[in-house]
Design a protein around this ligand. Structure first.
Ligand code: PBG
Length: 311
């Protein structure tokens, strides 16, 4: 790399996306003080379709496709995403060039009047569009009233103020990145409420053949996070098979050992399968696949069949 080189960072235009793109920019600038890092905003389909429930659109690359087009045309050198929004099967032309150190991976309850999860009643409207969060809530109480909600983090908070709902489950990391942690009523620990695969991790997507950018990114990759999310994504890839299902997982890496906990559930939360497995860090992919297999042995295929039939 030439010291005086330039890198163009592509991102969606939401406040959260811009924060994350700036974080990548800052980390690159620390590593390469003479590199010019420019941020370019690209509009995606997911930013334009705001009135349809996400689970009904069924397009996995909703927030990523336009960025991939820009990568291919060299309009941008890299694209920054919340890794949880990036499909587990990337097209061959692309790769995850780096993953930043994971922030908070937990979900958080945001509610009016500081109502805690255990204090929620069937008279409360709880807003989420995530099948995983719906299943997690229904597992606690099958009679909870769940309403859909879309839009970015700021829009959702505004909609709660406006009376659309009484409570929401959101990613703690998103709120924290936007300086909105004071809205958090309660952090939901993963032993009770398992987060989305790769929640809290920022990913840098690149063209697989772009050696210059991929080499550059090595310096900002956080290896323990990379391995943990590799296990989580392998788990999801093995289970999902191309349809949206209530599934979640979290993994942590300590002393070259990975712990991976994951679940799959029926939509109504009545059939909820969960398991934890361990392995050496170099077996991250195999660990994810083994966890999926362990859930299949507990009956995951029946749950998935049911969801596909109704989906
Ligand atoms: N689904 C949208 C989305 N994608 C990433 C985040 C937050 C940041 C992260 O989880 O890494 C959010 C908001 C949320 O789920 O509340």
């Amino acid at each position: 790399m030439m010291e005086s080189d330039k890198i163009i960072v592509g991102t969606r235009g939401s406040k959260l996306a811009l924060y994350q793109a700036n974080k990548v920019k800052e980390e690159l600038e620390v590593q390469y003080p003479k590199l010019t890092v420019e941020i370019k905003v690209i509009k995606t389909k997911g930013d334009k379709i705001l009135d349809v429930a996400l689970s009904k659109i069924g397009d996995k690359g909703l927030f990523t496709k336009e960025l991939e087009v820009a990568l291919l045309s060299k309009e941008i050198d890299l694209a920054v995403h919340s890794l949880k929004d990036l499909p587990t099967d990337l097209p061959d032309d692309f790769k995850v060039g780096a993953v930043l150190e994971r922030a908070d991976f937990r979900d958080a309850l945001v509610s009016k009047g500081g109502v805690k999860l255990c204090e929620l009643k069937t008279s409360h409207k709880i807003a989420t569009s995530s099948l995983r969060r719906i299943a997690g809530l229904k597992k606690i109480n099958p009679d909870f009233e769940i309403v859909d909600i879309r839009g970015n983090v700021n829009t959702r908070l505004q909609r709660m103020e406006d009376g659309h709902c009484d409570a929401m489950v959101m990613a703690a990391a998103g709120l924290q990145r936007l300086g909105l942690d004071h809205y958090i009523t309660e952090i939901l620990e993963p032993d009770g409420f398992i987060p989305a695969v790769a929640q809290g991790a920022i990913a840098v997507e690149t063209c697989a053949g772009d050696d210059r950018t991929n080499n550059l990114l090595q310096a900002i990759n956080h290896e323990p996070t990379q391995q943990a999310v590799k296990a989580e994504r392998a788990f999801m890839r093995s289970l999902e098979g191309g349809c949206q299902v209530p599934v979640g997982a979290y993994s942590s890496c300590h002393n070259d050992k990975l712990t991976l906990t994951g679940f799959v559930s029926s939509l109504d939360g009545t059939c909820y399968l969960k398991e934890t497995l361990f392995d050496q860090v170099e077996n991250a992919n195999a660990l994810g696949e083994r966890l999926a297999q362990a859930l299949v042995e507990k009956g995951a295929l029946e749950i998935l069949k049911e969801i596909r039939a109704n989906g």
